[in-house]
Design a protein around this ligand. Structure first.
Ligand SMILES: *Cc1c(COP(=O)(O)O)cnc(C)c1O
Length: 396
């Protein structure tokens, strides 16, 4: 049952997220079938299940259209990252920030230690420094790639992708952007100058904390073909059920984002006034260091925020232990609000994530219920009396 692309002309992204990736012939089911078969009768487009699946193709059609390229689905976000890095020439210099997703840091370190790639830490905010580093690599006659993430996990730093794209373009370096935190409905790195985008669809795209899946997207047909060959040859394929559920998740991504983003903004503003909070990191707060960049390159500030509590790591741990409605757990992007002290991970601690930083993935619960829970957990973490509030904070 072929899944043919619908005409995309003039349709809004949230419409495409609903309409693409569907079988089109009269009598077809509305949703792509879950074909549970490792092999196929000779003579068709797919011979063996590592080559393709109707559920992968449907998902790839949607994400490819939203990002503006050809999408390739993998078994996880890390599998997508491995596939992209595997496509770099041997000895390629990879410039990466000190604190991207910690799994990527560990992967880059392994590839550097094994001699496959050469990894240098750069501050991606300092485009002049990136430029100088790329000049050095070019002078040595070697190839280069820049690994960027924006907003970053867990620091919520924002990188000027347009400026970075101009620089990598000038030097013929590849620009890879991990777009997991923004999602394909809030930021389109390929249109800003990136060569490859990756997603952990485990997070916002899937949206229900019930699967692992990754995607790599590129507008370069050869690169897309290489990614597909990698998936087939290395076996880093997504599961059929996971692909089906990810597609089901992306159907509602627009409304989930709208709601969670509104709540995240409101919580960020209230958290700024809480005496147990020293700093709030949220790209949507007025006065954010990169407010201009956020406005220029993002369709909205997203659903992730981070706070630094007063006190020390124990204070922050007490907040995680004290929440009742919010779940203390890793991961993000699901319908339920999660909180985690990220520096409990060695990788994040070593990368300079503050010990008191709590990353909050905002879900779909009522904003006042979430606030009441955070408020009492913060109060108790610093030994404040958490009685009935005099006046509930106004809704913005
Ligand atoms: C979770 C995450 C990954 C890794 O994705 P998995 O699906 O867990 O393999 C990569 N980048 C970012 C920003 C993430 O949050």
């Amino acid at each position: 049952m072929p899944v043919r692309p619908t005409s995309q002309s003039g349709l809004q992204p949230q419409t495409l997220a609903v309409t693409l990736g569907r079988p089109q012939a009269p009598g077809d089911p509305l949703n792509p079938p879950m074909v549970l078969s490792s092999t196929y009768r000779d003579g068709g487009p797919i011979g063996y299940a590592r080559e393709g699946n109707a559920a992968w193709s449907a998902l790839e059609e949607v994400v490819g259209a939203l990002e503006g390229g050809s999408a390739v689905a993998f078994g996880s976000g890390m599998a997508a990252a491995v596939a992209v890095l595997d496509g770099l020439p041997p000895g390629c210099h990879v410039l990466a920030p000190a604190a991207p997703y910690h799994g990527v840091t560990a992967l880059l370190r392994d590839l550097d230690a094994g001699g496959r790639l050469r990894v240098t830490t750069v501050d991606l905010d300092d485009v002049a420094a990136v430029d100088r580093a790329l000049v050095d690599v070019a002078t040595a006659g070697e190839s280069a790639a820049v690994w960027a993430e924006s907003p970053t996990n867990p620091m919520l730093d924002v990188v000027d992708l347009t400026a970075l794209g101009r620089t990598t373009d000038r030097h013929g370096a590849l620009l890879v952007v991990d777009n997991t935190f923004a999602s394909p409905l809030r930021q389109h790195p390929l249109r800003l100058g990136a060569d490859v985008v990756i997603h952990s669809a485990t997070k916002l795209i899937g949206g229900h904390s019930d699967l692992l899946l990754g995607l790599a997207v590129t507008a370069d047909a050869d690169r897309a073909a290489a990614l597909r060959r990698h998936r087939h040859g290395r076996g880093s394929v997504p599961g059929v059920l996971e692909s089906f559920l990810t597609l089901r998740g992306i159907r509602t991504l627009a409304v989930r984002l709208d709601r969670a983003e509104t709540t995240a903004g409101e919580l960020a503003r209230r958290l700024q006034r809480h005496p147990a909070v020293g700093r709030v990191r949220y790209p949507g707060l007025p006065g954010h260091r990169a407010a201009d960049v956020v406005a220029a390159q993002m369709g909205g500030p997203g659903t992730m925020l981070a706070i630094e509590t007063v006190g020390d790591a124990l204070t922050a741990d007490r907040v995680c232990a004290g929440v009742r409605l919010i779940v203390a757990a890793t991961s993000l992007g699901g319908v339920e609000t999660l909180i985690e002290r990220r520096a409990r991970n060695d990788g994040d601690r070593d990368a300079g994530v503050p010990p008191t930083l709590l990353r909050i993935s905002v879900g779909l619960e009522d904003v006042d219920d979430l606030w009441a829970d955070l408020d009492q957990a913060l109060d108790r973490a610093v030994g404040r009396q958490s009685g009935p509030r005099s006046e509930p904070p106004p809704r913005a």
